[in-house]
Design a protein around this ligand. Structure first.
Ligand SMILES: Nc1ncnc2c1ncn2[C@@H]1O[C@H](COP(=O)(O)OP(=O)(O)OP(=O)(O)O)[C@@H](O)[C@H]1O
Length: 551
């Protein structure tokens, strides 16, 4: 609900304009009907003076309608803009662990489908503003022409609304189920794109994926959406039936019960028929609103840590300058992280870990697969908040409020990291020149150029893409660099360059390097080798002097 308020507040000016224009348009329409009725009821053959008023009202109605509809378009687009930025900012502010637990298919579905659906629903809000006043004004006019017709209309409304509500709630239930399945479907789409090679290579796997995954999900979405929208269509038809039933009653039954008068009856019928068009618009908008409600709930249910709304200008919150500096030591005391798995109550526990990092040192993190190396660097870098223990920088404890600033000390190239095509967040001054120098150092200058901070291409081999990621880390120039199995995709020649030249050069520039590695031949490059075993630093971990191999 607060998300809805946030969106309405963000567009309140345009909504007000749209409502005002809609009101003017609606009242002009009613005025036109009154004029038509008066002109039709005139007995004199002399030229009417009502023609001028009629032309004026036509112009006002048309102009007001254009303004109202242009405002609605604006509201829809503004909602997409605000909602996209808002959700992305919220996702980015979620803790990494929380983000990892989210279903990526659901996230993509929210960002693509739900945002547009909410925008469509919200854009329709002024439709109510335009058409409800018309309906109300018409009802007042009918009451003035013939009170018995108005009373009949109100009596017909009660069962009409009851049946309508029943049909609509069924529609909402079906559409909600369709929307839930949509998350699964988007997950399959992602598998199709990410697993294209594996599917292409294996016919049976491909067929099974198409039949068991894609077809099943697509069919569920199709069936639930069809059922939901059919309920909505039934609701709309029922509304129309009740409406014509009412007109029939007024024309054929009511005159035999009470004396309505032919002139009043003709006027009231004309007005009631006129109501049909605005009523149709409102009824057509109801399913859109229903789907928007479902999408809004999906956005809000995304995750408690990212659902809250603060203020409309949340998306433009300024970034703070960094308050944490690293001069002498980062000390981890008793830090711990536990992954809790649904099928394994004990999960995986890393720690408690005691560790000190100092400026200008090369630390290797080694250990078997699943021993906790990547988890440890996530803890060291503040990507995971420790469940126990403390992290201190130069003697000062890093608390929850400092974590964002603390993270700015680090740059990282993860084993499964993403390579951005543009070097984002770096001062543009001499960026291209610096990048060109580092590209040559990484032996990539024949393959890639950097122009205005953007790589000329990223369609490269895995090892080459890793070198571009390393380039980004070099240019970021942060005090501590984490390299997670960076060398695993490098050829022997460049592996040697990396371990024997680049790492020492980087240390000489004052950097601390935390290197996750399985390359035993180069362990001697490290100032220290830290061995992890089942989430704990193995006993006997010792500092290793440069040039000394630790085996
Ligand atoms: N996102 C996650 N959710 C749940 N459990 C996880 C997650 N990531 C890792 N784990 C668990 O933590 C353990 C340690 O994983 P981690 O990635 O830290 O190991 P690693 O030493 O870096 O392994 P590798 O050498 O294979 O990269 C794994 O055995 C796994 O059980």
């Amino acid at each position: 609900m607060n998300l809805l308020l946030f969106l309405l507040r963000a567009s309140k000016g345009v909504i007000a304009l749209s409502l005002a224009a809609g009101l003017v348009s609606g009242l002009s329409g009613v005025g036109l009907i009154a004029l038509i009725h008066a002109e039709l009821g005139r007995t004199s053959a002399s030229p009417s003076r009502l023609g001028l008023a009629f032309a004026g009202l036509c112009l006002v109605a048309a102009l007001a309608r254009v303004i109202a509809q242009a405002s609605m378009v604006r509201i829809g687009q503004e909602t997409v803009f605000k909602l996209c930025l808002h959700i992305c900012r919220k996702i980015l502010s979620a803790p990494l662990r929380r983000f990892e637990e989210l279903d990526s298919g659901a996230l993509v579905a929210v960002l693509t489908e739900d945002v547009l659906t909410v925008a469509n629903g919200l854009a329709g809000v002024p439709l109510l503003g335009i058409n409800l006043p018309i309906v109300l004004a018409c009802l007042v006019y009918v009451g003035w022409l013939s009170p018995p017709v108005l009373v009949c209309g109100l009596l017909f409304t009660v069962p009409a609304i009851a049946v309508n509500t029943y049909l609509m709630s069924n529609g909402v239930r079906q559409l909600t189920r369709a929307r839930t399945e949509q998350d699964v479907l988007v997950g399959h789409f992602r598998s199709l794109i990410d697993g294209f090679r594996e599917l292409k290579l294996h016919r049976a796997r491909r067929e099974s994926f198409l039949d068991d995954c894609l077809r099943a999900s697509t069919a569920t979405v199709r069936d639930r959406n069809s059922a939901g929208l059919t309920f909505y269509a039934l609701a709309a038809s029922w509304g129309q039936l009740a409406f014509f039933g009412f007109i029939g009653f007024v024309l054929f039954v009511l005159p035999s019960v009470v004396d309505v008068g032919r002139q009043a009856l003709a006027g009231a019928t004309l007005v009631v028929l006129f109501i049909m068009s605005p009523l149709d618009v409102v009824l057509a908008w109801v399913p859109i609103l229903g789907r928007a409600g479902i999408s809004l709930r999906r956005i809000q249910a995304l995750d408690p840590s990212i659902q809250t709304c603060d203020s409309p200008d949340d998306a433009s919150a300024p970034t703070r300058s960094n308050r944490v500096e690293f001069r002498s030591a980062i000390e981890l005391s008793g830090v711990k992280h536990i992954y809790r798995h649904a099928n394994d109550p004990e999960g995986f526990a890393l720690g408690p870990i005691d560790l000190t990092l100092r400026p200008e040192e090369i630390v290797f993190l080694v250990g078997g697969n699943g021993s906790g190396k990547t988890t440890l660097v996530k803890l060291i870098s503040g990507l995971y908040a420790s469940e126990e223990g403390t992290i201190r920088v130069d003697g000062r404890t890093v608390n929850a409020d400092d974590l964002e600033d603390y993270r700015q000390l680090f740059t990282a190239v993860f084993a499964d990291g993403h390579l951005f095509k543009t070097l984002l967040g770096l001062a543009p001054d001499d960026l291209d020149d610096r990048a060109a120098r580092e590209l040559a150092r990484l032996e990539m200058d024949e393959h890639v150029r950097v122009e205005r901070g953007t790589f000329s291409t990223t369609d490269l081999s895995q090892g080459q893409r890793k070198r571009l990621a390393l380039l980004g880390a070099l240019l970021e120039n942060r005090p501590i660099c984490i390299l997670d199995e960076w060398a695993s995709h490098q050829d022997p020649h460049f592996k040697k360059t990396f371990y024997l030249e680049i790492l020492p050069e980087w240390r000489a520039r004052g950097k601390t390097l935390i290197v996750i590695s399985h390359d035993e031949d180069y362990f001697h490059v490290a100032d220290r080798v830290i061995h992890l075993d089942s989430g704990r630093i193995s006993a006997g971990e010792l500092d290793v002097a440069p040039g000394q191999t630790r085996r």
